[in-house]
Design a protein around this ligand. Sequence first.
Ligand code: ACO
Length: 331
Amino acid sequence: MSAVYQTRIAGTGSYLPDRELTNFDLEKLVETSDQWITERTGIRSRRVAAENQVTSDLALRAATSALEMAQITSKDLDAILFATVSPDQLMPNTACVLQKKLGARDIMALDMSAACSGFIYALSIANDMIVAGSHKNILVVGAEILTRYVDYKDRDTCVLFGDGAGAVVVTRATPGETSKIYSHHLHADGSISDLFQFKMGGSAHPYSCENIEKGLHRMHMKGREIFKHAVRTMSQSCGEALEHNKMSGADVDWIIPHQANLRIIEGVAKHFGIPMSKVVLEIERMGNTSAATVPVALDRAVRDGRIKRGQNLLLTAFGAGITSGSILLKF
Ligand code: ACO
């Protein structure tokens, strides 16, 4: 199908909670060290939402900034796609809660669950909706409060995750504009879904004292295995993006990867011979905020002037599932 319309990222926004949890703070909770965490992950601190904040509150701050930059109001939106694995509650979806908080019209509002790849999935689908001509202005959000699911007795996971929100407003580009999403490539391999799981709350493991005693209300991860698949899957989907568009690493101005581990990111950049100076890195002070890492990193690099209009950006992520994907776009 040939594209009729093009998608433009008209605005970006992000929000990180004020409270910082440093590696030194974690040293007091579990047997770990700032040196171990920094060397193995590149993370020095992460943000933790205030007790009275829920995921939609973080999203509201990011969405409001993105709408301001796009110079439209919430009334102009015709869809909200909300990527999260830490929704406010199971029902209603958090997109509807955000719709209400924003004062948006009666529009489509949908949560999307693909873990850390959630934003890449949601932005890809938003692009297809705009290209197909069914929608003009879509708010795409990635927001998480993962610290509520972290076991601060489990050093394997508690050092990695943080809270945050990022958002973009995508609009139908006006004729003659160069901004566009060239392509997206999405993948999932459910055969290795046991590598990262959060079991309780679903139909397989409903809420019960017994399941809490079994520790099913916390995240469980096979970190070393995920690491290998992360480098492999992000390299694969970035390779597909470049090949599909007959480009090489040299044509990319910035890679914006999921910020899970600095060594994973270095592995992907090395695979394409792309210098780390062309990688947007925000992991040091943010940690892994799952679906929020890519839109937060994008927004921060747009706002501090690293990313400029007309540049080619390669977004990529992997997450539980195992899901993965890439988006190549001209900003
Ligand atoms: N502090 C100190 N030591 C630790 C810690 C810690 N926080 N955590 C683990 N260790 C120890 C281990 O017990 C192990 O000890 P041993 O050698 O005596 O057995 C040693 O450090 C090495 O452990 P590894 O697991 O081999 O360490 P690795 O270099 O693989 O780093 C890490 C672990 C950081 C988890 C890495 O594997 C990783 O980042 N994996 C990807 C995780 C990820 O991205 N998860 C999110 C998925 S995306 C999503 O959907 C949210």
